[in-house]
Design a binder for this molecule. Structure first.
Ligand code: FMN
Length: 209
């Protein structure tokens, strides 16, 4: 079913973009989130041309299904010079969506003032989205519609307190647990120490670190 996105006047199509999920979607912005560079994968997946992206705020690909609170926490971290990982549903020019997990780098000038942000994104396993992220984001969105972001933030804090995780720890764990379940038939090491090794391994595989 299609619906109008009131904010950007775009058609929303409830279908995923078909894209090569082994690729890394990259962009660079200034300190205010204005796009200064996007790689070929970014252009291919979102469907905008380079010239349509340059100079635009990054919310050009914001999907209305994304709760505001996730971007609030994202910006609080970035402005404080902290990397952040977020699972984000993005909106392609066609109206279709694509889910990604982000990783950021922060560039500063000689006075230590933040001048650029770099974002790298990869695909998120469908099961993680369907089982964990979509239900959580839906709830946050409903709370925002009813009572505002102040209360979606309170809900998110309560949800994470119950799990004894930060948001970043929570999403990393979801992906790690998914990987582990996928790998269980392929000689997966159960040992705790090796588990930690495998956890780091995933993120270096994901973001090349
Ligand atoms: C480097 C960088 C990359 C970003 N990437 C995305 C993205 O892929 N999708 C997205 O919706 N917002 C992204 N954002 C956040 C947007 O700037 C913006 O906060 C978000 O789209 C929500 O829009 P709003 O702040 O107008 O509500 C990014 C911000 C930065 C600094």
């Amino acid at each position: 079913m299609n619906q109008e996105n009131q904010f950007q006047n775009k058609v929303i199509i409830d279908k995923e973009v078909a894209w090569d999920k082994s690729r890394v979607i990259m962009s660079k912005t200034n300190a205010f989130g204005i796009i200064e560079y996007a790689n070929e994968v970014f252009v291919d997946v979102c469907g905008y041309e380079d010239y349509e992206l340059m100079g635009q705020p990054h919310n050009i690909i914001r999907h209305p299904d994304m709760p505001k609170v996730i971007f609030k926490v994202l910006w609080e971290n970035l402005k404080n010079g902290k990397n952040f990982h977020a699972i984000v549903k993005n909106l392609a020019k066609s109206g279709r969506y694509y889910w990604v997990i982000t990783d950021f780098d922060i560039a500063r000038d000689e006075n230590d003032v933040i001048v650029n942000y770099f974002a790298r994104r990869q695909a998120v396993p469908q099961e993680v989205i369907a089982v964990h992220i979509e239900p959580l984001y839906k709830k946050l969105l409903q709370i925002e519609a009813a009572s505002g972001v102040e209360f979606s933030e309170k809900y998110l804090i309560g949800f994470l307190e119950e799990k004894k995780r930060t948001y970043v720890e929570y999403i990393k764990e979801l992906i790690f647990e998914h990987e582990k379940s996928q790998a269980k038939f392929s000689n997966y090491a159960e040992d705790e120490g090796e588990e930690e090794e495998e956890h780091r391994g995933f993120f270096s595989r994901l973001f090349g670190r």
